[in-house]
Design a protein around this ligand. Structure first.
Ligand code: SAH
Length: 464
């Protein structure tokens, strides 16, 4: 280890930087997070540096650094992006006793600035001694995703609570309590009720860990997105990471389920459009049953749970049972499908609103405001619209829609088997008869590339 990692106390210390361009800005963004007094010497400071100076966040001197400027400073950064100037300023800084970092010059630097994951007071410093910056970036990205943005705040609240937590016996019990707080109960309470909630959660959690309160279950209604695991939110990933039980729909893909905690029990309550399904009452009962046993239940729904997801019935059952719950939104099929055809759901001068429709409801084929939908320029995203394609076609034609109005069905949006079927109102029923996977049908949109004279390398799976 050529570089020894330490955390330097820079409270009220002086940090001097020479330079006013990009390299200076990058370092200053980090330095301004500290409690140090930051001083900048630059003949031509970037606008942002001027602004920080105006805001009193740093002291700016608009000239080149000279002898005496670094005296008494703890750290010095040579960030002029000019090797001669960097060598000149670094020599001054060394003589005046500061530790020196020359940007992009590991060799002549006495210290290096690591990649930082900032959850102050929790900070993670990642260094590769210049060997593999790509690795440092990847590790940083991984940790950024894993550590809740509220972690720093929770750590500060937790610190004040440490004496009370001593009521728990040292070792495993106390560790479990803190793990529960930092990775589960804390972030959840903070999301729902802010700082006060995060503080109150500590008391409740301590009582529970002391055995005074039974473990209360919790239900997360989580959006699994359209299938591509990369389209999950970080919150969804974290919930899956902590779940005791995952109750999921048929449309949730294997790749997404793969991310559930290894010990989690997976329950498939698959609902197919018109096919066999677990009755809704049974699903409600199942969620409540696991919740009442104290489990962390993730009710995983495809897309966004708030879109055609029968969410309200389940939330009401959970709330009536006295269980805690929250909704974690997801990317709905319409968003993934529209991205897949390179279009947008709304467009200036074309449509200022977009409708999300279901092809069928509990009564059968669903009725809608067909006259409004038949108008030129309207855009509608139809869920569960395969079996109802002929019905929708008939209704739109009856209300005067132009037969050549574009219709596009996106099958398996975001998944490896994605297929795009571009057609028109006149032909939609015939085309839709061939679609087998889940499909989202757009009325009023065609794939962007179809409008071009020359198709730019269209992905292979696209079938027109
Ligand atoms: N809550 C879900 C929708 C549930 S209804 C969401 O927000 O996306 C189920 C319907 O969603 C399917 O019949 C289909 O029309 C659509 N759907 C779900 N996933 C899809 C996907 N990957 N590609 C295309 N359509 C999809």
């Amino acid at each position: 280890m050529q570089h020894f990692p330490i955390f330097l106390n820079v409270q009220n210390a002086r940090i001097v930087l020479s330079g006013g361009g990009e390299a200076a800005l990058a370092k200053l963004r980090l330095l301004l997070k500290t409690e140090a007094r930051v001083e900048v010497f630059a003949t031509e400071p970037a606008a942002e540096i001027n602004r920080w100076a105006d805001q009193g966040r740093l002291a700016l001197t608009r000239r080149a650094l000279t002898s005496g400027d670094v005296a008494g400073a703890a750290l010095f950064y040579a960030a002029d992006e000019d090797s001669n100037e960097d060598a000149r300023t670094a020599a001054i800084a060394r003589t005046e006793g500061a530790l020196v970092n020359i940007v992009d010059n590991l060799e002549d630097s006495s210290f290096i600035t690591p990649a930082i994951v900032d959850r102050d007071p929790v900070t993670v410093a990642i260094g590769t001694e210049g060997a593999a910056p790509v690795l440092a970036r990847a590790i940083k990205a991984d940790l950024e995703a894993r550590l809740s943005p509220s972690l720093g705040l929770l750590a500060r609240i937790g610190k004040a609570f440490r004496p009370l937590a001593e009521k728990l016996p040292m070792g495993r019990k106390r560790r479990d309590f803190w793990a529960d707080y930092y990775f589960d109960a804390g972030p959840r309470a903070f999301d729902a009720e802010g700082i006060d909630g995060a503080e109150a959660a500590l008391d409740r959690l301590l009582n529970r860990h002391l055995g005074a309160e039974a473990q209360v279950g919790h239900v997360d209604f989580v959006g699994a997105g359209p299938g591509d695991p990369e389209l999950l939110t970080l919150k969804a990933r974290n919930a899956l990471d902590r779940a005791d039980v995952v109750i999921h729909d048929r449309l949730v893909t294997a790749e997404v389920l793969e991310l559930a905690r290894r010990e989690a029990v997976l329950v498939d309550v698959g609902k197919t459009g018109f096919g066999p399904s677990t009755p809704q009452d049974r699903i409600n009962a199942l969620i409540v049953e696991h919740g009442l046993k104290g489990a962390h239940v993730v009710r995983l729904k495809s897309g966004d749970p708030t879109v055609f997801g029968r969410l309200d019935e389940e939330v009401e059952a959970v709330a009536a049972a006295g269980l805690g719950w929250r909704i974690v939104p997801g990317i709905t099929a319409a968003s993934a499908a529209v991205a897949g055809i390179g279009q947008s759901l709304t467009k200036r001068g074309r449509n200022g609103s977009v409708r999300f429709l279901t092809g069928h409801d509990m009564q059968g084929f669903a009725e809608h405001d067909w006259a409004a939908l038949a108008r030129a320029g309207e855009v509608a995203a139809i869920y569960m619209g395969k079996k109802s394609a002929r019905f929708i076609q008939g209704r739109l034609m009856m209300h005067g829609a132009a037969p050549d109005t574009p219709v596009t069905a996106v099958e398996n949006a975001s998944q490896p088997g994605q297929r795009i079927h571009a057609t028109s109102i006149a032909d939609m029923a015939r085309v839709m008869a061939d679609v087998s996977g889940p499909a989202l049908t757009f009325i009023g949109l065609s794939p962007r590339y179809a409008m071009l004279a020359v198709e730019p390398s269209a992905p292979k799976e696209i079938a027109l």
